[in-house]
Design a protein around this ligand. Structure first.
Ligand SMILES: [Zn+2]
Length: 233
């Protein structure tokens, strides 16, 4: 059996052409209604939450923390280097394991938590190394990235349409991030005027052009339709 419109070969169970969507009708062929390939109920798995694995991961994370803490306190003079590995382990634990303890973890809640832990870790490194770069470099950049990422995650979770607008705005936000990084680097590390931008203009311009293109595609419906047809998206 072939589609009357586009000529693609069709299975006997097909009600609609999968390529062009034309309804299939042939009066000579009697067809049983097709059976769906999947059951129309979801079998609840008894152990949806892998508590045991999470418990093991928690123990695995605590062992190196305890060992490094012990080694540093016992062989060194107080807490010297143990803070770095321990902070890293806590950061990874917060990012990967902690949300899994909850039933259907909400990224809108765990994203700010992860950024807070990352901020605390960077603050510790800055303090421990006498870096003096946290307040004028890491902190403002981190706040900017955290606000952008949390906004995008919230929008993706709670709004239905507008994906192209979000993607376009994200591109522009990444371009702005480069400019901010150079600005705060000028402020913190170099004896340069604050607005003396050198490299960040290039990523800003390219990200801005990509972002604006996406936004224009989002606004112009006919353009979007023709692109959809051309690239089958
Ligand atoms: Zn067809």
């Amino acid at each position: 059996m072939y589609c009357v419109k586009c000529g693609v070969e069709l299975a006997d169970t097909e009600n609609k052409c999968p390529l062009c969507g034309t309804v299939v009708y042939h009066p000579d062929i009697h067809r049983e209604p097709a059976k769906p390939n999947y059951p129309n109920y979801v079998k609840e798995s008894p152990n949806m939450r892998p508590q045991g694995i999470l418990f093991i991961l928690t123990v695995l994370a605590s062992i190196p923390i305890a060992v490094t803490l012990f080694c540093d306190l016992y062989y060194g003079n107080g807490l010297t280097w143990a803070g770095y590995p321990i902070g890293g382990i806590i950061l990874f634990y917060t990012m990967l394991v902690l949300p899994q303890w909850f039933y259907r973890p909400n990224p809108v809640i765990f994203c700010p938590i992860t950024f807070s832990v990352l901020g605390a870790y960077l603050l510790y490194i800055d303090y421990a190394t006498n870096g003096a770069w946290f307040l004028t470099f890491a902190f403002p950049i981190l706040i900017y990235v955290a606000v952008c990422v949390c906004t995008v995650i919230t929008l993706l979770r709670y709004t239905r349409g507008g994906r192209l607008y979000i993607a376009g705005a994200s591109f522009i936000a990444v371009g702005m991030l480069c400019v901010l990084i150079e600005f705060f680097m000028n402020m913190t590390f170099f004896e340069k005027p604050l607005f003396d931008f050198f490299w960040s203009i290039i990523p800003l311009m390219s990200c801005f052009i990509c972002g604006m293109m996406l936004i224009v595609i989002a606004i112009a419906k006919p353009l979007r339709e023709s692109l959809k047809k051309r690239f089958f998206v």
